[in-house]
Structures are given as C-alpha cells and as structure tokens.
Write a protein that binds this ligand. Structure first.
Ligand code: GLP
Length: 243
C-alpha cells in the first residue's frame, strides 16, 4: 500500500454517506465535473445517498457528465440486466443529470473497435475523469478487467471468467443467460482518473481486498495497480477489512 487512504466503516449506509461526501465535494468544486460510475450491489447505498442529497438541494447534477465503466456485450440498453438500465433505474432517472451527459459502452456495437475508440475520445473531450467510482470482483477485477498476463490499456472487449459469470448469475434467470463477454474501460482508462474511490463490503471480499492493497502489484489481481495511483480512497466495512 503506497498512497491509499483507508476508511473502515460500520455498515453500507455509512459507506454510502462517506463516498457521497467525495462526490459532493467534487461537484461543488467543479459543477461540470466528469464522474466515472460503476454497477454492482456495493454502490447502491451511495446512489441512494446521492439521489437524497440532490432532492435536499445539496448537490446539483445538471451539469455533471458521467462515464460508466462497462457493459455486457450483446445486451440492448433496455435489457433488464444491462448496465445502462441499471444506471437509469438506480441513479440517472432520479437525478437532474442530462441524458446526453451519461455514457455507457454500447453493448450492441457492430464495430467494436470504433465504439471503444469513440468511448475513450468522448471521455478525453470532456477533459478526463475527475472522480472514478470502483467496486471490485472476487477475482480482483475492476470494471470487467479480468486477471490476465498484462494490464489492458484502453476501453476494449473482454471475455468474462466463469467466476465472474457465476457471481453475476444472481441477476439472470440462469447462468446460460449471463453474457460471456463485455466491454470495459481499460486499466489505463481507470488509472487516468484524477481521483478514485473504491467501495467494498462483505466478508467474501476480504481476501481479494488484502491482495489488492497489501499484496504484490500484478495483472493477476488487476485492482492491485491502484497501489500506484496517487489519489485512491478505499471505503470498506469491517467485514471486508483484512486486519
Ligand atoms: C461486476 C462489475 C464490477 C463490480 C463487480 C462487483 O462484475 N462489472 O464493476 O465491481 O461486479 O459487484 P458487487 O458490488 O455486486 O459485488
């Protein structure tokens, strides 16, 4: 562990409030800031808190731009399990962010290379990500960057591991319906964010969290590269904290 700030919290709600403080500060400092967003169950208390804070007049999302980490390959935006739909239902539909200011990789892209390139260019045209939210997979993936022999750079297509498909099958009728591939920002895209906040809860994430921040930096644990990022805040609950 080199630069990481660690907050150990008592419950998911406290995690949500603490993470929301970082987003509130970023938006106050720069109303048109660019936030990087993540799916999964862990960020949900944060999204609930952000919605509540805008309703209470503490945050204004009307100028904010957002870029999501990833999307399943082959799922249409309105598919019940698509990450675009997840973001609409759990955040975007409840805040004042403008639809054209939210981007998620296109799961149905015909020209994959062009879509990935355009995704990177859009983020760059916005001036880069100011604050990136991350969860973590049980194998150490961030976005959908699975363990590999190298750290992938930019937005690209990935094959999902069986571990990841198995973890995500809870959202689908059966494992056969879980896509086998996805599009994700690369590790390079994530590392280019000025500030990163990672949220982790639950005992099942304890071992991978230890490897990520207190183990060697290796593409076999993709999230371990975060040890080299100069501004990472880790918010985890007691169950996930390895010590
Ligand atoms: C998916 C997402 C990741 C997320 C992970 C963990 O694989 N692509 O971005 O971090 O799930 O999700 P959860 O928070 O539900 O454990």
């Amino acid at each position: 562990m080199i630069h990481t700030r660690v907050h150990v919290v008592n419950n998911p709600e406290e995690m949500g409030r603490l993470a929301a403080d970082l987003f509130e500060a970023a938006i106050q400092a720069k109303p048109a800031c660019v936030i990087g967003l993540a799916t999964g169950s862990t960020p949900l208390p944060l999204y609930r808190e952000l919605i509540a804070r805008e309703k209470a007049g503490r945050i204004d999302f009307s100028k904010v731009r957002s870029a999501n980490l990833d999307e399943y390959k082959g799922l249409a935006p309105d598919h019940p399990q698509s990450y675009r739909r997840f973001m609409q239902e759990n955040l975007f539909d409840h805040i004042s962010i403008r639809p054209e200011n939210t981007i998620v990789p296109d799961g149905l892209a015909a020209d994959i290379d062009a879509m990935c390139k355009a995704y990177e260019e859009k983020i760059e045209s916005w001036g880069g990500v100011d604050l990136q939210l991350l969860g973590i997979g049980h194998d150490g993936h961030i976005g959908f960057n699975e363990p590999e022999d190298h750290f992938p750079g930019m937005t690209h297509e990935v094959q999902l591991t069986e571990m990841t498909r198995d973890a995500n099958k809870r959202f689908f009728a059966s494992i056969d319906e879980v896509p086998t591939a996805a599009f994700t920002m690369g590790i390079g895209t994530v590392m280019a964010a000025r500030k990163i906040v990672m949220v982790v809860t639950g005992e099942d994430k304890r071992e991978i969290l230890r490897k990520t921040f207190w183990g060697p930096v290796t593409p076999q644990v993709p999230a371990s590269i975060l040890q080299f990022h100069p501004d990472v805040t880790l918010i985890c609950d007691k169950a996930a904290y390895p010590f």
